[in-house]
Design a protein around this ligand. Structure first.
Ligand code: ATP
Length: 306
């Protein structure tokens, strides 16, 4: 597999604070890579480095198998991007905005404008002034502009920021169609896991500058397997009894025991064990965790999740 983006030990410091701290990204050809993290985690800073807008403090960036520093213009020609709020000519129509950028990029085929408008679902609004577009329409136009030069890689920084659920859904549907249409690789950042959940095949989670998870969405999903939660009269004691026997249990902040097992016989054994040690078991419950719970849990913990 060809790595479209690869970074090694990427660091960006501002005044001795590492806002991006030793990040090793790996985005493969054809991936829709969800780059996730809470506000201020370092997503935009990373993306700005990938686009050559700011210089890394140290570390290495390879895009399309080439070093970004030494092949900047060549690499950037292959990337379309939408970073923060893009600027438009509000007094021009959607079509005229595309035409202006098409000339700037020296894209030869004029028909490309209409093709792009169709892909981003703005054909009917092509003659409307952009200042009268909704935020969702503006974002779709921004994605259209990013696609004009037929990039191999599309980098979108929080394209759904500020959109309502319907607008988010439209962007999601649009992005899902792109790899099939153009064989493009996409990196999309977001602070909400459920936003990228239904389109990304791979996820990188950044928190306080560190990449704490990078793997397929299936691997992330496995972490949301159901668990058993137990309430007893002395959970600290119960935890120590069970841990001595090698059970995978953790004491939660609310005093409940979380047991990483769901098999009936094992739960029966554990309950029996505690009762025989004169403990009182009040409640045994199965707890399903959503992907969002997992995301919140791992971004609160800060540890590296493998
Ligand atoms: P958001 O979703 O809020 O944009 P983010 O994950 O994109 O979050 P960044 O914008 O990359 O986060 O910011 C990461 C950290 O770096 C923040 O604490 C921010 O204040 C800090 N930071 C970013 N740019 C600068 C700068 N030019 N000078 C100093 N600190 C900066």
């Amino acid at each position: 597999m060809v790595n479209i983006i690869e970074t090694n030990n990427l660091i960006k410091s501002y005044k001795n604070t590492k806002v991006v701290n030793q990040i090793d990204l790996s985005v493969e050809q054809g991936d829709i890579y969800g780059f996730l993290g809470p506000n201020g985690a370092g997503k935009t800073t990373t993306i700005r480095m990938l686009l050559g807008l700011i210089k890394p403090t140290s570390g290495d960036i390879q895009i399309f198998g080439k070093n970004l520093q030494n092949n900047k213009m060549d690499i950037l020609r292959g990337i379309g991007s939408l970073v923060e709020y893009p600027s438009y000519y509000g007094n021009l129509t959607g079509l005229e905005n595309l035409e202006a950028i098409r000339r700037l990029l020296q894209v030869k085929d004029k028909k490309r404008n209409l093709e792009i408008l169709k892909v981003v679902g703005l054909t009917d609004a092509k003659d409307k002034l952009v200042k009268n577009y909704s935020l969702g329409m503006k974002q779709r136009l921004g994605i259209g502009i990013a696609l004009l030069g037929s990039p191999r890689l599309l980098i979108l920084d929080e394209p759904t920021n500020g959109l309502d659920p319907a607008g988010i859904q439209e962007i999601r549907e649009l992005i899902k169609t792109l790899p099939g249409l153009y064989g493009i690789t996409i990196m999309i950042s977001s602070h909400l896991l459920n936003e990228v959940d239904q389109m990304a095949n791979k996820v990188g989670i950044i928190n306080q500058g560190q990449l704490i998870f990078q793997n397929s969405i299936e691997e992330l999903r496995k972490k949301s397997n159901p668990r058993i939660v137990m309430r007893t009269n002395d959970s600290l004691h119960a935890e120590s009894i069970l841990q001595q026997e090698g059970w995978n249990v953790t004491l939660k902040e609310n005093g409940e025991l979380e047991i990483n097992e769901t098999e009936d016989s094992k739960i029966a054994y554990i309950t029996d064990k505690l009762v025989r040690k004169n403990m009182e078991v009040y409640r045994i419950q199965e707890q399903k965790r959503s992907l969002e719970d997992i995301f919140l849990e791992i971004t609160n913990k800060r540890g590296v999740i493998s």
